[in-house]
Design a protein around this ligand. Structure first.
Ligand SMILES: Nc1nc2c(ncn2[C@@H]2O[C@H](COP(=O)(O)OP(=O)(O)OP(=O)(O)O)[C@@H](O)[C@H]2O)c(=O)[nH]1
Ligand SMILES: [Mg+2]
Length: 180
């Protein structure tokens, strides 16, 4: 009983924020996902220059989410966002087969970065509404996710336009908190 009360008080007063970075190539759907999380609606986006940051609260868990521009010229500055990151959300455009190799390079570059050594990775296989898109299983295989042993990871298929799959991704993130 005391333990329960203490836990409640702890969660009330210790409203700590968990830092999340949303990365992926340009046009993957990162900004669309961020604003689906925030407002449950599709906003009109233009390519992000720099970043957007929003606080997203899921079941009393506060996430500070940084949505970072994915254009080629901007990727070299992703690392300025890395410190204290607990979660990486990597958004993949599931119809963009040609550029999955670039996503793979970026993924492994991030995983090797010192500032991200404690980060868990959620991969969104976005745009599942597109005809002929790759499935989460195909993307997982191509990115050789099963070889990743030093970071917790999870892949979730989704469609940012309808919001399908997004909650499941967030649930995986909240389930990770307190595990470490
Ligand atoms: N069909 C479809 N289109 C999507 C989906 N998610 C996003 N889009 C569209 O993809 C385009 C790019 O979306 P953004 O959210 O701006 O992409 P981004 O990853 O933020 O791009 P940068 O800011 O340039 O890095 C927009 O036209 C979105 O409406 C989806 O699930 N399905
Ligand atoms: Mg954007």
């Amino acid at each position: 009983m005391m333990g329960l009360i203490f836990a409640k008080l702890w969660s009330l007063f210790c409203n700590q924020e968990h830092k999340v970075i949303i990365v992926g190539l340009d046009n993957a759907g990162k900004t669309t996902i961020l604003y689906q999380f925030l407002m449950n609606e599709v906003v009109h986006t233009s390519p992000t220059i720099g970043s957007n940051v929003e606080e997203i609260v899921v079941k009393n868990t506060h996430f500070l989410m940084w949505d970072i521009g994915g254009q080629e010229s901007l990727r070299s500055s992703w690392n300025t966002y890395y410190s204290n990151t607990e979660f990486i959300i990597l958004v993949v455009d599931s119809i963009d087969r040609e550029r999955l190799a670039i996503t793979k390079e970026e993924l492994y570059r991030m995983l090797a970065h010192e500032d991200l050594r404690k980060a868990a990775v959620l991969i969104f296989a976005n745009k599942q509404d597109m005809k002929g898109c790759m499935t989460a299983a195909e993307i997982s295989k191509y990115l050789t996710l099963s070889s990743i042993k030093d970071h917790p990871w999870h892949i979730q298929s989704c469609c940012a336009l309808t919001g399908e799959g997004l909650c499941q991704g967030l649930e995986w993130m909240t389930s990770r908190i307190g595990v470490r």
